[in-house]
Design a protein around this ligand. Structure first.
Ligand SMILES: [Ca+2]
Length: 345
C-alpha cells in the first residue's frame, strides 16, 4: 500500500489520532490489519463496507490507499462562506455577472428548463438559481479530488471545531463508494468541492444516489456533462423535498414595537405557525398572503441593522439543499433577478 500522506503537514491532533490508530491496529485481528496509520478509523470503515454492503475489503483498502489527507480541505471546512454575515455573504452570489450568465444559461436551455419545471412542479427560476449559486451554471464544479475531500473530513476532521462532523463525512464516503459501483465512476479521479459535493448542482454522494435522475435517458446519471441530468436532478431534489409550484418563498416583514422579538432569534425555518398568528404577534407582511399559510421568520444582518423576512415552505425546501438561511435567501434573490432578466412574470 502506498504511503501518500504528507505527515509533515499533519496537525498535532492528526498526529495524536494517528498514534491512537496505530495502537488500535496493533490490537486488531490479523484479518483487519489495514493501513490504518494513514487514515485513523479506516479499518472500521472497511469492515462496515464488507459487512453492510458486501463490498470487497481489498478493493476498499486499495481505494483508501489512493486517498490523500489534504490540509487545505481541513482548513476550508473550518471557515465556510456561511460564517460571514449576510451583508458580506450576499455580494458573493448576487452580482451582475451571475445574473447575466444565468440569463444566458436559461436562454440556452429554455425548452429543457421549462420541460423539467413542468414535469417536477418546480419554478424554473429556482432551478437555474441553484445551479448558479452552486457552480456558476456549471462553470466551476470544484478541483478537489472527492476521494481526498471525503477521506480527509471522515478520518481527519479538525478536532478544534465545535461540532465533529466526521460521522457525516464517513457516511458520505460510504455513499460515494456505493455511488461509484452504481454509476461506474472512477472514484480516485472524480473532482468536486472541498466538502465532496459533485457536479453542476454540487450533490453530495447520498443526494446523488437518492435524487439524481437520468433525464436525458442515456442510462447514466451524469451531473458533470449532461445539462439535462443536472437540471432534472436539481428539480427532482426540490420536488421530493416538497416544492410548492408558484408558492411564495419569502416576504419582507415589518415588526411592531410590541412584537415578541425572541421569535426573530429562532433558528427554525420550517413553517410553524400561520401568517395570521404572526400578524397578531406584531409581524406584518404583504396583503396577498393567505392568512392560514404556515410561515417562519428569518432575520439577517445588514451593515447597520437586521433585515427581517417571513419565509414559507418553499424557503424551507431550499434549505434542504443547504441548511444556511443566507444560502436560501441568496438563491431566492438570484432567482427573482433571473426571472426578471428573462422577462417572465
Ligand atoms: Ca443521463
Amino acid at each position: 500500500m502506498r504511503r501518500r500522506m504528507n505527515v509533515r503537514a499533519a496537525t498535532p491532533a492528526f498526529k495524536r489520532s494517528m498514534l491512537a490508530s496505530l495502537l488500535a491496529t496493533a490490537l486488531a485481528t490479523p484479518a483487519l490489519l489495514l493501513a490504518a496509520g494513514e487514515h485513523p478509523g479506516s479499518d472500521a470503515f472497511v469492515q462496515r463496507a464488507v459487512d453492510e454492503h458486501g463490498l470487497d475489503a481489498a478493493e476498499i483498502q486499495a481505494l483508501l490507499g489512493e486517498a490523500e489527507f489534504q490540509q487545505r480541505i481541513a482548513d476550508l471546512i473550518a471557515k465556510p462562506a456561511e460564517g460571514k454575515p449576510w451583508h458580506e455573504y450576499r455580494p458573493i452570489f448576487i452580482t451582475d455577472q451571475r445574473i447575466s450568465e444565468g440569463v444566458e444559461f436559461w436562454q440556452a436551455n429554455e425548452a429543457l428548463v421549462d420541460e423539467v419545471a413542468e414535469r417536477y412542479g418546480v419554478d424554473p427560476q429556482v432551478i437555474v438559481a441553484i445551479i448558479g449559486v452552486e457552480t456558476y451554471y456549471g462553470r466551476i464544479t470544484g478541483t478537489f479530488k472527492v476521494l481526498d475531500a471525503l477521506a480527509t473530513l471522515a478520518f481527519h476532521y479538525p478536532s478544534d471545531r465545535t461540532r465533529d462532523r466526521s460521522p457525516f463525512f464517513t457516511s458520505e464516503l460510504m455513499e460515494y463508494v456505493l455511488l461509484g459501483r452504481e454509476e461506474g465512476l472512477p472514484l480516485a479521479e472524480v473532482t468536486g468541492s472541498y466538502a465532496g459535493a459533485m457536479g453542476m448542482g454540487q450533490f453530495m454522494p447520498s443526494s446523488y444516489r437518492a435524487y439524481a435522475v437520468d433525464f436525458d435517458g442515456d442510462g447514466s446519471r451524469d451531473l458533470w456533462r449532461s445539462t439535462e441530468d443536472v437540471v432534472g436532478s436539481v428539480a427532482n431534489y426540490l420536488h421530493v423535498h416538497g416544492w410548492e409550484p408558484g408558492g411564495p418563498v419569502v416576504r419582507k416583514v415589518t415588526v411592531s414595537e410590541e412584537a415578541d422579538f425572541s421569535l426573530l432569534e429562532k433558528r427554525d425555518y420550517k413553517p410553524y405557525q400561520s401568517v395570521i398568528e404572526f400578524h397578531e404577534q406584531g409581524y406584518r407582511s404583504s396583503a396577498d398572503l393567505e392568512p392560514d399559510r404556515p410561515a417562519a421568520l428569518v432575520s439577517l444582518q445588514e451593515v447597520d441593522r437586521k433585515a427581517n423576512w417571513m419565509v414559507f415552505n418553499n424557503f424551507y425546501v431550499i434549505t434542504r439543499y443547504n441548511r444556511s438561511p443566507m444560502y436560501a435567501m441568496a438563491v431566492y434573490e438570484l432567482s427573482e433577478a433571473l426571472r426578471e432578466g428573462m422577462g417572465r412574470s
